[in-house]
Design a protein around this ligand. Structure first.
Ligand SMILES: [Zn+2]
Ligand SMILES: [Zn+2]
Length: 366
């Protein structure tokens, strides 16, 4: 084995996104090198580009990736070479209190947030400088070296584009309904924000047997997509006050309301649309420091619950294969999330569309 060159989109604060070549090292102890085949473009990548979320630089962004294990480091079973894998952006330590109690999404000792491997270094270099990989994934490159615990095997029949979406948006949204909120059949539900995550929440609610499932967005294109994946009602927030419309439709608010736009004003609306004794689930990720003005009397008097949701409260090693099986069985229309298949050079344009709230998920294919 030896290090290899890979085309990559490298982000620096000074120059923004630049297409170039990075040197990808051999996998070290407990690591695998993956040849990427697809990577979704997610809003959490945009948060870094805009400076909302401070991250180390230079860095290869992309954290919604799928590919094939090409080589393994010491201590990793060589039979894993050739496995089709989805990359988790929160590779768990498997030892901390959260991991051992089945809540890997909250792992305390993962190095993913620091964008370095377990030994504190990176596996990517460019012009002699260390390059970080976003959340230990860095899927806007042809190759990635990741912790073995962050490369989850899935069936070979699962298309790479769909696999990539399970790596972040689909798991976050579907998991919000199935794992975080554990929505019982017959519950009324509202989803505010119909990007990749919001549409995935709608799919999760459909699997749960929720009714009605009301989707709210400002784009008719996205609302149409929401109908295609299971929304029973849609509200265009440009044309109607979404709080009034949803409270009327549900006769007083929904049992479960999901915020998937990552905004403070919509979060406030979500709490208002939540029925007494109901639950507001905060799924969308806002700018760091965003504060929610809360009607405390409404929450207390009506016994409302507000819960946060990170990565769909998933244990990736269980949830990724489960979602793959549901997709392959025809029970999750994940293809509907994909708006366009693009190359690395088109990622900047995909971010522009995202800023304008236009288009469905763009997926880079290699
Ligand atoms: Zn994401
Ligand atoms: Zn852990």
């Amino acid at each position: 084995m030896s290090s290899i060159d890979a085309n990559a989109l490298v982000f620096t604060e000074a120059a923004g996104l630049e297409l170039g070549t990075v040197d990808v090292a051999d996998p070290a102890v407990g690591e695998v090198r993956v040849r990427l085949r697809a990577s979704g473009v997610c809003h959490s990548d945009l948060h870094v580009v805009t400076g909302d979320w401070k991250m180390p630089s230079p860095m290869v962004l992309g954290h919604e990736g799928a590919g094939v294990i090409e080589s393994v480091g010491p201590g990793v079973d060589p039979s894993r070479i050739g496995e089709r894998v989805i990359l988790s952006w929160f590779a768990p330590c498997l030892r901390c209190e959260y991991c051992v109690s089945g809540r890997q999404w909250a792992c305390r000792d993962t190095q993913a947030n620091k964008c370095v491997m377990a030994d504190g270094t990176t596996r990517l270099r460019q012009d002699g400088h260390a390059v970080h990989a976003y959340l230990n994934v860095g899927s806007f490159a042809e190759y990635a070296v990741v912790p073995e615990t962050g490369a989850i095997a899935v069936p070979d029949e699962l298309p790479f584009e769909v696999a990539a979406l399970i790596g972040c948006g689909a798991t976050t949204g579907i998991g919000a309904a199935l794992h975080t909120a554990q929505v019982p059949p017959g519950s009324s539900a509202i989803v505010v924000g119909c990007g990749g995550v919001g549409l995935s929440v709608v799919m999760g609610l459909a699997v749960s047997g929720a009714y009605p499932i009301i989707a709210v967005d400002m784009s008719d294109e996205k609302l149409e997509a929401a109908r295609a994946v299971g929304a029973t009602h849609v509200v265009n927030a440009r044309e109607h006050d979404p709080v009034d419309a949803c409270i009327e439709e549900t006769h007083g608010g929904a049992n479960f309301v999901f915020e998937a736009a990552g905004r403070v004003d919509t979060a406030e609306q979500c709490v208002a649309m939540t029925r007494a004794a109901g639950t507001t689930v905060l799924v969308g990720m806002p700018t760091r420091g965003a504060r929610l003005p809360l009607d405390v009397l409404d929450v207390a008097l009506n016994g409302k619950t507000i819960i946060g949701c990170s990565y769909g409260s998933a244990n990736a090693s269980l949830t990724f294969p489960m979602l793959a099986d549901l997709y392959l069985a025809g029970k999750l229309p994940l293809d509907e999330l994909i708006g366009s298949r693009i190359g690395l050079a088109d990622v900047s344009a995909a971010f522009d569309e995202m800023r304008q709230g236009k288009g469905l998920r763009a997926v880079v294919t290699y």
